[in-house]
Every structure is written in structure tokens, then in C-alpha cells.
Design a protein around this ligand. Structure first.
Ligand code: NAD
Length: 318
């Protein structure tokens, strides 16, 4: 069931934040939504789309006027700016009793710093990391997965489930502060490497003369099976609805995957986890995100970065 807030604030109205708010508005039609973004264009776009939203002049003003505040900005530096900037940040006012939820994918150190500052100043406020998976399409459809940095016995867990349930289908308590981010970074580390391995294997098979449709079918019932091979196959034409079959347009940008992969590698170093794929994975996503053939496109474009054949169909049909 949707919660019954009178006021809710949202900071960061980009590819993810804008459709997430759309779902909140649909589920709580009587709630006043306060929004802020540093981009004027983003603010104009949201007010043209939803007459319910009220534009604020800073993150602090959003917080002043809202019981619960969500943020969805790109990186740790932006999250620190949203919460910690003395005169304009969320924590610049008395945030006692407020629920603050950051959904950005950022480094755990920035998230823990904001949480600590929040609890030091306002012990009755709650700050949670709750990054998401599911992309802009999941944000639009309200089917996101939220990975929440708390345990199931956290007193705010029922409220967090109801709040995030307006925008997502699967809300997972990951165990404690910053562990939502850890879950997200581990997921993307794994998914980035599976996409790379699938691209390499498909490229090897095709260059050796295989029809990629046959090879993808073999993967489906063999040990190379994965969501990437079946639903997001990096070879154009194999997963008809996925970005690789549409010029790699839409989806999850290769630069964002590079950022997440790099954050996961930093985490591995911090916790002393031995890895053998991290260096080569990072170098590949770094180079692909700067390659003009790949930049701004879906991360499965690593297949193109490997010079994989994209017009393979003409070899097989007529
Ligand atoms: P985006 O660049 O489209 O939007 C971010 C918005 O934040 C922009 O409108 C920007 O102007 C605003 N912003 C930046 N700094 C700000 C500040 N200090 N105060 C207020 N607004 C500020 O990014 P996005 O794709 O929406 O991604 C947001 C986060 O979600 C990232 O951490 C990303 O890794 C994560 N994420 C993205 C996707 C995806 O498919 N796009 C999927 C899962 C997770």
C-alpha cells in the first residue's frame, strides 16, 4: 500500500529521477512534491510534465518543505554537495525526524560520511543508501530493484518498503549502512564482466564460422547461460528488444558502467579481496567509454569495442 505523506521532496531529476517521481505522483495524487535540480532544463521539463510539482531554489528548501526526501544524482561529490553544503544543503536545516534516502550509485565512503554527519547533528533523522537496478525503463514502469542499506529489524524498514515500493517491485534489505551500495557495485562488477566474456566468446565463435543465433541458443541451455546472453546479448539482432539491436541506443551508458566498475574495484582494494579480472575489466570499460564509436551508448557496446561483426545477418540469409 502507498504511504500517506502530505509532502515529499526529490532532488536530481535526470534519466532516473524524473520517471521515479512520475510513479510517486501517480500513487500519491494528494501529496505535494517539492523538487530541485541544478539544471534549469530538468526543472522546466518536470514542471511542464506534472502540474503537481513545486520547484525549489535549493536542496535545503526541498528539505524544509518535505517530511521525506529522496535524492538521485550522479556521483559521491554531488551527494555530498546536496546534503553537506552549509547554506543550501539538506543538513543545513533542522532535519530532526525526517527520512532521507539517497538512491544514487556512489562510493560507500561518501554515503557513510553523509550518514554520520546527519546522525551527529540530528539523531532522530534517518539517512539510508538505497541504490537501484532496472534502468530508466524500470524507473518508468515502477519495477526497479532497491538495494537498501539497512537490516530487516531496522525500525524504519516498513516505512522504507512502502516508500520505495511506489517506484520498485523488489525492495531488499542488504544488512546495514552502505551495504545497499556494496550490493549494487558487486552486481555491476559481475554484470560488466559477464557482458565482456559473452562478447568475446560470441566474437570467437562467429569468426570461426558460427551463426551467432545457433551459438546463443547453445549458451541458453549450457553453462554460459546468463541474463546478458539471453536478454541483452551484446551482438546486435539476437535480443530484439535490447539496446544492442537498436544501435546500442538507450540502456545503461558505458560511462556509468565504467564509474560503477571503478567503484567496485576500489571496494575490492579496500577490503583486500583478491581479483584477477578487475584491472583488465577497468581498462576495457575505461577505453570503451572514451572511444567515439562507443561513448554515450549502452554498456554492451563493449562488443563493438572488440571489433565484433555487427552486419553478420547478410552472411546467413540469402
Ligand atoms: P543523470 O545525469 O541523467 O541525472 C542526474 C541529475 O542530477 C541531473 O539532472 C543533474 O543536473 C542533477 N544533479 C547533479 N548534481 C546535482 C546537485 N548538486 N543538486 C541537484 N541536482 C543535481 O543521471 P541518472 O542516469 O539519472 O543517474 C543517477 C544515478 O543513478 C547515478 O548514480 C547512476 O549511476 C544511477 N543509476 C542509473 C541508471 C541508468 O540506467 N541511468 C540505472 C541504475 C542506477
Amino acid at each position: 500500500m502507498a504511504p500517506s505523506y502530505d509532502t515529499l521532496g526529490f532532488i536530481g531529476l535526470g534519466a532516473m529521477g524524473e520517471p521515479m517521481i512520475g510513479n510517486v505522483i501517480r500513487k500519491m495524487p494528494n501529496c505535494q512534491i517539492q523538487v530541485y535540480d541544478i539544471s534549469r532544463e530538468a526543472l522546466e521539463k518536470i514542471s511542464a510534465k506534472h502540474d503537481k510539482v513545486r520547484i525549489c531554489s535549493s536542496s535545503r528548501e526541498v528539505a524544509e518543505k518535505s517530511e521525506v526526501i529522496l535524492s538521485m544524482v550522479p556521483e559521491g561529490s554531488h551527494v555530498r554537495s546536496v546534503y553537506l553544503t552549509p547554506d543550501t544543503g539538506v543538513l543545513g536545516l533542522d532535519a530532526s525526524g525526517k527520512l532521507l534516502v539517497d538512491c544514487s550509485t556512489i562510493d560507500t565512503a561518501s554515503s557513510l560520511e553523509v550518514r554520520e554527519e546527519c546522525l551527529k547533528k540530528y539523531p532522530t533523522a534517518g539517512f539510508y543508501d538505497a541504490p537501484v537496478s532496472g534502468g530508466a525503463l524500470g524507473a518508468e514502469k515502477g519495477t526497479l530493484t532497491f538495494m537498501v542499506g539497512c537490516a530487516e529489524d531496522d525500525p524504519k524498514w516498513p516505512e522504507l518498503q512502502a516508500l520505495l515500493g511506489m517506484m520498485g517491485k523488489s525492495i531488499v534489505a542488504c544488512g546495514g549502512p552502505s551495504l545497499g551500495l556494496t550490493a549494487k557495485l558487486c552486481n555491476n562488477y559481475c554484470s560488466a564482466l559477464i557482458a565482456l566474456a559473452t562478447s568475446e566468446a560470441m566474437n570467437i565463435g562467429m569468426r570461426a564460422g558460427m551463426d551467432p543465433r545457433v551459438l546463443a541458443n547453445v549458451f541458453k541451455t549450457s553453462t554460459a547461460q546468463s541474463a546478458i546472453a539471453e536478454k541483452f546479448n551484446p551482438v546486435p539482432g539476437l535480443s530484439p528488444e535490447a539496446p544492442p539491436s537498436h544501435g546500442y541506443q538507450g540502456g545503461f551508458k558505458v560511462q556509468l558502467m565504467r564509474k560503477d566498475f571503478s567503484l567496485a574495484v576500489d571496494t575490492a582494494r579496500r577490503v583486500g579481496a583478491k581479483t584477477v579480472l578487475s584491472e583488465v575489466g577497468l581498462e576495457t570499460y575505461d577505453k570503451a567509454s572514451k572511444d567515439p564509436r562507443c561513448k554515450d551508448l549502452d554498456s554492451r557496446v563493449v562488443y563493438r569495442y572488440l571489433d565484433g561483426r555487427e552486419d553478420w545477418l547478410k552472411d546467413f540469409d540469402g
